[in-house]
Design a protein around this ligand. Sequence first.
Ligand code: C5P
Length: 237
Amino acid sequence: MTAARFQNPVFVALDTPDLSKARELARLVRGAAGGLKVGLEFITAQGPSGIREIAAFGLPLFVDVKFHDIPNTVAGASRELVKLGAKLFNIHVSGGEAMMRASVEAARAVDPDVKVIGVTVLTSLEDRDLESVGQRSPAQDQVVRLAKLAKHSGLDGVVCSPREIAPVRAACGPDFLIVTPGVRPKGADLADQRRVMTPGEAARAGADIVVIGRPITMAPDPAAAARAIAAEIAQLA
Ligand code: C5P
């Protein structure tokens, strides 16, 4: 962990389209998590009022919205998203420098503390998929290239998989936020995650925020599961 930016770096992914389920999970983990995350499924089902409601729980809300459009459109969308209460949100770095700068400027005008995070290469893409869309492989080199561009364009950090934490940290320095999904406590069900690290390994490698869904949301006691993960990371501080 590079800096104590987030006292509790565990963000819980509320991966559901259902408002009452999201609300219940948010209530359960409120005292144990460092933040909450909603993604496209929830956003599409519940819209602005759903985002506003989850933001009102008082934990920093990461809206995993992955904007990618022309600068003017992304600037407008970023402004509206921050008005709903997002404290972190993400945009595709491949949208280019002008798009990133426009997003950051519009978002900060609403909330100077909001964090804008870049999506580099989706982990679902293999090297041959990158080549088929005209991007250079291997994926890890492309991730580092895009992370540097994100930093140059004023973004606060990037989302990256556990195996990319160390190269991104090395390339982008200690003040660049690294947000990492694909984290699994020892002995947890991997579900569909493949290249996982434990929370402690991810923190040691340099992650600032770990985004964790099922190991917390499916646990019999989600708050206890979140607390155990935060404690494992805090031991390293
Ligand atoms: O349940 P689990 O811990 O696997 O959830 C991880 C969260 O992080 C999900 O919201 C998922 O969409 C997100 N994510 C991911 N892998 C990526 C990018 C995002 O698992 N490469």
